[in-house]
Design a protein around this ligand. Structure first.
Ligand code: F6R
Length: 348
Protein backbone atom coordinates (compact mmCIF):
# COMPACT_ATOMS: atom_id res chain seq x y z
CA UNK A 1 0.00 0.00 0.00
CA UNK A 2 1.56 3.27 -1.12
CA UNK A 3 1.39 5.26 2.04
CA UNK A 4 4.81 6.80 2.08
CA UNK A 5 3.93 10.29 3.07
CA UNK A 6 4.53 12.05 -0.23
CA UNK A 7 1.00 13.34 -0.37
CA UNK A 8 -0.80 15.42 2.23
CA UNK A 9 -3.60 13.01 2.95
CA UNK A 10 -1.21 10.14 3.68
CA UNK A 11 0.94 12.36 5.89
CA UNK A 12 -2.10 13.59 7.78
CA UNK A 13 -3.45 10.07 8.34
CA UNK A 14 -0.11 8.97 9.73
CA UNK A 15 0.12 12.10 11.87
CA UNK A 16 -3.12 11.35 13.73
CA UNK A 17 -1.52 9.72 16.82
CA UNK A 18 0.75 12.73 17.22
CA UNK A 19 -2.10 15.22 16.73
CA UNK A 20 -4.21 13.33 19.30
CA UNK A 21 -1.32 13.35 21.80
CA UNK A 22 -0.83 17.09 21.36
CA UNK A 23 -4.51 17.78 21.83
CA UNK A 24 -4.71 15.64 24.97
CA UNK A 25 -1.70 17.45 26.41
CA UNK A 26 -3.60 20.67 25.87
CA UNK A 27 -7.05 19.73 27.23
CA UNK A 28 -6.76 16.31 28.94
CA UNK A 29 -6.12 17.72 32.42
CA UNK A 30 -9.18 20.00 32.30
CA UNK A 31 -11.83 17.42 31.39
CA UNK A 32 -12.58 15.49 34.59
CA UNK A 33 -12.41 18.64 36.74
CA UNK A 34 -15.16 20.27 34.66
CA UNK A 35 -12.81 23.15 33.79
CA UNK A 36 -12.87 22.54 30.04
CA UNK A 37 -16.60 23.25 30.11
CA UNK A 38 -16.62 25.90 32.86
CA UNK A 39 -13.94 28.00 31.14
CA UNK A 40 -16.27 28.48 28.16
CA UNK A 41 -18.67 30.50 30.33
CA UNK A 42 -21.78 28.95 28.78
CA UNK A 43 -25.05 28.22 30.64
CA UNK A 44 -25.99 24.66 31.70
CA UNK A 45 -27.78 22.78 28.91
CA UNK A 46 -30.23 19.88 28.72
CA UNK A 47 -29.96 18.94 25.05
CA UNK A 48 -27.49 19.44 22.24
CA UNK A 49 -28.02 20.37 18.61
CA UNK A 50 -24.98 19.80 16.39
CA UNK A 51 -24.92 21.73 13.11
CA UNK A 52 -22.26 20.79 10.55
CA UNK A 53 -21.51 19.40 7.08
CA UNK A 54 -19.72 16.33 5.73
CA UNK A 55 -16.99 14.90 7.89
CA UNK A 56 -17.65 17.43 10.66
CA UNK A 57 -21.25 16.20 10.77
CA UNK A 58 -20.03 12.61 11.18
CA UNK A 59 -17.84 13.76 14.06
CA UNK A 60 -20.86 15.54 15.53
CA UNK A 61 -22.85 12.30 15.47
CA UNK A 62 -20.16 10.59 17.54
CA UNK A 63 -20.16 13.42 20.08
CA UNK A 64 -23.95 13.54 20.27
CA UNK A 65 -24.17 9.81 20.81
CA UNK A 66 -21.59 10.10 23.63
CA UNK A 67 -23.80 12.73 25.27
CA UNK A 68 -26.84 10.45 25.10
CA UNK A 69 -24.97 7.33 26.21
CA UNK A 70 -23.02 8.91 29.06
CA UNK A 71 -25.43 11.57 30.23
CA UNK A 72 -28.87 10.43 29.06
CA UNK A 73 -29.36 13.78 27.31
CA UNK A 74 -31.03 14.22 23.94
CA UNK A 75 -29.08 15.28 20.89
CA UNK A 76 -29.81 16.00 17.26
CA UNK A 77 -27.36 16.35 14.41
CA UNK A 78 -28.48 18.67 11.68
CA UNK A 79 -27.07 19.14 8.18
CA UNK A 80 -26.15 22.83 8.17
CA UNK A 81 -27.87 23.55 4.85
CA UNK A 82 -31.12 22.20 6.33
CA UNK A 83 -30.78 23.65 9.83
CA UNK A 84 -33.45 26.32 9.41
CA UNK A 85 -36.33 24.12 10.55
CA UNK A 86 -34.58 22.41 13.46
CA UNK A 87 -35.93 22.90 16.96
CA UNK A 88 -34.10 25.14 19.41
CA UNK A 89 -35.78 25.44 22.81
CA UNK A 90 -34.75 26.65 26.26
CA UNK A 91 -31.90 24.44 27.43
CA UNK A 92 -30.60 23.68 23.91
CA UNK A 93 -26.89 24.17 23.31
CA UNK A 94 -26.05 24.51 19.63
CA UNK A 95 -22.60 23.21 18.69
CA UNK A 96 -21.46 24.32 15.26
CA UNK A 97 -18.66 22.10 14.05
CA UNK A 98 -16.45 23.12 11.16
CA UNK A 99 -12.76 22.46 10.84
CA UNK A 100 -12.29 25.51 8.59
CA UNK A 101 -14.82 27.74 10.33
CA UNK A 102 -15.54 29.19 6.88
CA UNK A 103 -18.15 26.82 5.48
CA UNK A 104 -20.94 28.95 4.00
CA UNK A 105 -23.75 26.57 4.96
CA UNK A 106 -22.63 26.65 8.61
CA UNK A 107 -22.27 30.43 8.66
CA UNK A 108 -25.73 30.83 7.16
CA UNK A 109 -27.17 28.43 9.77
CA UNK A 110 -25.56 30.60 12.45
CA UNK A 111 -27.08 33.77 10.98
CA UNK A 112 -30.48 32.07 10.88
CA UNK A 113 -30.28 30.63 14.41
CA UNK A 114 -32.84 32.10 16.80
CA UNK A 115 -31.56 34.95 19.00
CA UNK A 116 -30.79 34.37 22.64
CA UNK A 117 -29.68 30.73 22.50
CA UNK A 118 -26.02 29.87 23.16
CA UNK A 119 -23.83 28.71 20.30
CA UNK A 120 -20.47 27.03 20.74
CA UNK A 121 -18.13 26.57 17.77
CA UNK A 122 -15.77 23.65 17.53
CA UNK A 123 -13.20 24.61 14.90
CA UNK A 124 -9.61 24.03 13.88
CA UNK A 125 -9.07 27.76 13.51
CA UNK A 126 -10.39 29.88 16.37
CA UNK A 127 -9.78 33.04 14.36
CA UNK A 128 -12.06 31.88 11.55
CA UNK A 129 -15.32 33.69 10.75
CA UNK A 130 -17.32 31.12 12.71
CA UNK A 131 -14.93 31.25 15.65
CA UNK A 132 -15.29 35.01 15.86
CA UNK A 133 -19.08 35.14 15.63
CA UNK A 134 -20.20 32.68 18.33
CA UNK A 135 -20.61 32.86 22.11
CA UNK A 136 -17.74 30.49 22.85
CA UNK A 137 -15.15 28.65 20.82
CA UNK A 138 -13.16 25.49 21.32
CA UNK A 139 -10.23 24.46 19.12
CA UNK A 140 -9.66 20.92 17.92
CA UNK A 141 -5.97 21.91 17.60
CA UNK A 142 -5.21 19.46 14.79
CA UNK A 143 -2.64 21.75 13.17
CA UNK A 144 -2.89 22.70 9.48
CA UNK A 145 -4.77 20.20 7.34
CA UNK A 146 -3.95 20.55 3.65
CA UNK A 147 -5.47 17.37 2.21
CA UNK A 148 -8.92 18.11 0.80
CA UNK A 149 -10.31 14.99 2.48
CA UNK A 150 -10.49 15.68 6.22
CA UNK A 151 -8.66 13.13 8.37
CA UNK A 152 -6.83 14.36 11.44
CA UNK A 153 -9.35 17.13 12.07
CA UNK A 154 -12.05 14.42 12.30
CA UNK A 155 -10.14 12.53 14.98
CA UNK A 156 -9.33 15.72 16.91
CA UNK A 157 -12.90 17.03 16.70
CA UNK A 158 -14.11 13.77 18.20
CA UNK A 159 -11.53 13.79 20.97
CA UNK A 160 -12.11 17.36 22.07
CA UNK A 161 -15.88 17.06 21.58
CA UNK A 162 -16.01 13.93 23.73
CA UNK A 163 -13.89 15.71 26.33
CA UNK A 164 -16.34 18.58 26.23
CA UNK A 165 -19.29 16.23 26.76
CA UNK A 166 -17.62 14.56 29.77
CA UNK A 167 -16.55 17.90 31.19
CA UNK A 168 -20.04 19.40 30.89
CA UNK A 169 -21.60 16.36 32.58
CA UNK A 170 -19.19 16.70 35.51
CA UNK A 171 -19.77 20.45 35.76
CA UNK A 172 -23.56 19.99 35.84
CA UNK A 173 -23.35 17.28 38.51
CA UNK A 174 -24.58 14.56 36.14
CA UNK A 175 -21.37 12.53 36.28
CA UNK A 176 -19.05 11.93 39.21
CA UNK A 177 -15.38 12.75 38.94
CA UNK A 178 -14.28 9.12 39.36
CA UNK A 179 -16.25 8.03 36.29
CA UNK A 180 -14.99 11.04 34.37
CA UNK A 181 -11.39 10.11 35.25
CA UNK A 182 -11.93 6.57 33.98
CA UNK A 183 -13.30 7.91 30.70
CA UNK A 184 -10.42 10.36 30.35
CA UNK A 185 -8.01 7.46 30.84
CA UNK A 186 -9.75 5.81 27.88
CA UNK A 187 -9.12 8.95 25.83
CA UNK A 188 -5.43 8.80 26.69
CA UNK A 189 -5.29 5.35 25.04
CA UNK A 190 -6.44 6.79 21.72
CA UNK A 191 -3.05 7.87 20.25
CA UNK A 192 -1.59 4.38 20.69
CA UNK A 193 -4.77 2.79 19.34
CA UNK A 194 -4.60 4.99 16.23
CA UNK A 195 -0.97 4.00 15.67
CA UNK A 196 -1.75 0.29 16.07
CA UNK A 197 -4.68 0.60 13.69
CA UNK A 198 -2.43 2.22 11.07
CA UNK A 199 0.12 -0.57 11.41
CA UNK A 200 -2.56 -3.25 11.06
CA UNK A 201 -4.06 -1.54 8.02
CA UNK A 202 -0.67 -1.19 6.34
CA UNK A 203 0.01 -4.88 6.74
CA UNK A 204 -3.42 -6.22 5.84
CA UNK A 205 -5.04 -3.81 3.39
CA UNK A 206 -3.02 -4.40 0.17
CA UNK A 207 -4.60 -7.74 -0.85
CA UNK A 208 -8.04 -6.43 0.10
CA UNK A 209 -7.58 -3.30 -2.01
CA UNK A 210 -6.48 -5.49 -4.88
CA UNK A 211 -9.57 -7.63 -4.53
CA UNK A 212 -12.07 -4.75 -4.55
CA UNK A 213 -10.38 -2.52 -7.11
CA UNK A 214 -12.92 -3.39 -9.81
CA UNK A 215 -15.99 -2.88 -7.62
CA UNK A 216 -18.42 -0.17 -8.71
CA UNK A 217 -20.14 0.30 -5.38
CA UNK A 218 -19.54 -0.33 -1.69
CA UNK A 219 -21.71 -0.62 1.39
CA UNK A 220 -20.51 0.43 4.84
CA UNK A 221 -22.29 -0.83 7.96
CA UNK A 222 -22.06 -0.25 11.69
CA UNK A 223 -24.18 -0.12 14.81
CA UNK A 224 -24.38 2.48 17.57
CA UNK A 225 -21.46 4.91 17.42
CA UNK A 226 -20.06 2.67 14.64
CA UNK A 227 -22.68 4.07 12.23
CA UNK A 228 -20.94 7.48 12.16
CA UNK A 229 -17.60 5.81 11.44
CA UNK A 230 -19.20 3.75 8.65
CA UNK A 231 -20.56 7.03 7.22
CA UNK A 232 -17.10 8.56 7.39
CA UNK A 233 -15.57 5.55 5.62
CA UNK A 234 -18.14 5.81 2.82
CA UNK A 235 -17.59 9.57 2.47
CA UNK A 236 -13.80 9.18 2.19
CA UNK A 237 -14.23 6.47 -0.44
CA UNK A 238 -16.63 8.56 -2.54
CA UNK A 239 -14.45 11.66 -2.36
CA UNK A 240 -11.19 10.23 -3.58
CA UNK A 241 -12.00 7.02 -5.49
CA UNK A 242 -15.21 8.19 -7.25
CA UNK A 243 -16.90 4.91 -6.37
CA UNK A 244 -20.45 4.82 -5.06
CA UNK A 245 -20.50 4.12 -1.36
CA UNK A 246 -23.45 4.08 1.01
CA UNK A 247 -23.39 3.79 4.77
CA UNK A 248 -26.24 2.31 6.80
CA UNK A 249 -26.98 1.29 10.35
CA UNK A 250 -26.55 -2.49 9.93
CA UNK A 251 -30.11 -3.13 11.10
CA UNK A 252 -31.40 -1.25 8.05
CA UNK A 253 -29.79 -3.68 5.62
CA UNK A 254 -32.80 -5.95 5.36
CA UNK A 255 -35.09 -2.94 4.81
CA UNK A 256 -33.70 -2.23 1.35
CA UNK A 257 -29.96 -2.03 0.74
CA UNK A 258 -29.50 -5.80 0.88
CA UNK A 259 -30.97 -5.80 -2.65
CA UNK A 260 -27.74 -4.14 -3.85
CA UNK A 261 -25.55 -7.00 -2.70
CA UNK A 262 -24.46 -9.39 -5.41
CA UNK A 263 -21.48 -11.67 -5.98
CA UNK A 264 -18.37 -9.78 -4.90
CA UNK A 265 -20.04 -6.55 -3.66
CA UNK A 266 -17.70 -5.16 -1.01
CA UNK A 267 -19.45 -4.60 2.32
CA UNK A 268 -17.26 -2.94 4.95
CA UNK A 269 -18.40 -3.51 8.52
CA UNK A 270 -17.22 -1.45 11.49
CA UNK A 271 -17.33 -4.30 14.00
CA UNK A 272 -17.31 -2.98 17.55
CA UNK A 273 -18.35 -6.37 18.89
CA UNK A 274 -22.11 -5.78 18.85
CA UNK A 275 -23.43 -9.37 18.71
CA UNK A 276 -26.20 -8.43 16.28
CA UNK A 277 -23.65 -7.72 13.55
CA UNK A 278 -23.03 -11.44 13.07
CA UNK A 279 -26.52 -11.89 11.61
CA UNK A 280 -26.05 -8.92 9.26
CA UNK A 281 -22.71 -10.30 8.09
CA UNK A 282 -24.28 -13.71 7.46
CA UNK A 283 -27.03 -12.10 5.34
CA UNK A 284 -24.40 -10.42 3.14
CA UNK A 285 -22.28 -13.56 2.83
CA UNK A 286 -25.31 -15.61 1.83
CA UNK A 287 -25.68 -13.31 -1.22
CA UNK A 288 -22.02 -13.58 -2.18
CA UNK A 289 -20.99 -10.17 -0.78
CA UNK A 290 -17.32 -9.62 0.06
CA UNK A 291 -17.28 -8.80 3.77
CA UNK A 292 -14.40 -6.72 5.14
CA UNK A 293 -14.61 -6.29 8.90
CA UNK A 294 -12.69 -3.64 10.79
CA UNK A 295 -12.63 -3.80 14.54
CA UNK A 296 -12.72 -6.50 17.19
CA UNK A 297 -10.45 -9.54 17.37
CA UNK A 298 -10.99 -11.84 14.42
CA UNK A 299 -11.81 -9.01 11.99
CA UNK A 300 -10.20 -8.71 8.53
CA UNK A 301 -8.33 -5.75 10.08
CA UNK A 302 -8.18 -5.85 13.86
CA UNK A 303 -7.98 -2.55 15.67
CA UNK A 304 -7.81 -1.97 19.43
CA UNK A 305 -11.24 -1.10 20.75
CA UNK A 306 -12.93 -0.94 24.06
CA UNK A 307 -16.70 -1.31 23.88
CA UNK A 308 -17.14 1.18 26.70
CA UNK A 309 -14.86 3.78 25.05
CA UNK A 310 -16.60 7.16 25.17
CA UNK A 311 -16.07 7.82 21.47
CA UNK A 312 -16.93 4.33 20.25
CA UNK A 313 -14.72 2.47 17.76
CA UNK A 314 -12.62 5.54 16.85
CA UNK A 315 -9.50 3.61 15.80
CA UNK A 316 -11.53 1.95 13.04
CA UNK A 317 -11.47 5.20 11.10
CA UNK A 318 -7.77 4.78 10.30
CA UNK A 319 -8.19 1.62 8.17
CA UNK A 320 -11.27 3.24 6.61
CA UNK A 321 -9.23 6.28 5.57
CA UNK A 322 -6.42 4.03 4.34
CA UNK A 323 -8.80 1.83 2.37
CA UNK A 324 -10.01 4.90 0.48
CA UNK A 325 -6.49 6.21 -0.04
CA UNK A 326 -5.08 2.82 -1.01
CA UNK A 327 -7.83 2.33 -3.59
CA UNK A 328 -7.37 5.87 -4.96
CA UNK A 329 -3.64 5.24 -5.43
CA UNK A 330 -4.32 1.84 -7.00
CA UNK A 331 -6.75 3.43 -9.47
CA UNK A 332 -4.31 6.21 -10.33
CA UNK A 333 -6.18 9.12 -8.71
CA UNK A 334 -4.52 11.96 -6.83
CA UNK A 335 -6.12 11.92 -3.38
CA UNK A 336 -4.98 15.48 -2.72
CA UNK A 337 -6.83 16.80 -5.76
CA UNK A 338 -10.22 15.12 -5.76
CA UNK A 339 -12.29 16.21 -8.75
CA UNK A 340 -15.11 18.72 -8.12
CA UNK A 341 -14.15 19.35 -4.48
CA UNK A 342 -12.56 22.22 -2.55
CA UNK A 343 -11.07 22.22 0.93
CA UNK A 344 -13.29 24.97 2.16
CA UNK A 345 -16.78 25.34 0.70
CA UNK A 346 -17.55 29.04 0.83
CA UNK A 347 -20.67 29.01 -1.35
CA UNK A 348 -24.07 27.68 -0.34
C1 F6R B 1 -14.70 15.51 3.73
C2 F6R B 1 -14.65 16.94 3.91
C3 F6R B 1 -15.90 17.72 3.83
C4 F6R B 1 -15.93 18.73 4.97
C5 F6R B 1 -17.15 19.66 4.86
C6 F6R B 1 -17.23 20.60 6.05
O1 F6R B 1 -13.45 14.94 3.74
O2 F6R B 1 -13.60 17.47 4.14
O3 F6R B 1 -17.05 16.90 3.89
O4 F6R B 1 -15.96 18.01 6.18
O5 F6R B 1 -17.06 20.40 3.68
O6 F6R B 1 -16.06 21.37 6.16
P1 F6R B 1 -15.74 22.14 7.47
O7 F6R B 1 -15.49 21.15 8.55
O8 F6R B 1 -14.56 23.00 7.17
O9 F6R B 1 -16.98 22.97 7.79
Amino acid sequence: LTLEADDHMAAEILEQPEAATRLLEEVGGRIATGALWNDLGLPRFDRMRVVACGTSLNAGEVIGSALSRLGGLAHSSVVASEAAGSVVEPGTLTVMMSQSGETADVLRALDESPEGFPVLALVNNVHSTLGRKVDAVLSCSAGPEIGVAATKTFVCQILVGTGLVISSLVASGRMDTAQARRLVNDLYLVPEQLAEAAAAARALLPPLVDEVRGAKGFLFLGRGAGVAYAAEGALKLKEITYRWAEAYPAGELKHGPLALVEQGTPVVVVDDGDPRLAGNIAEVRARGGRIITIGRAGSSIEVPLSLAAPCGPLAAVVPLQMLALGLAVELGFDADKPRNLAKSVTVD
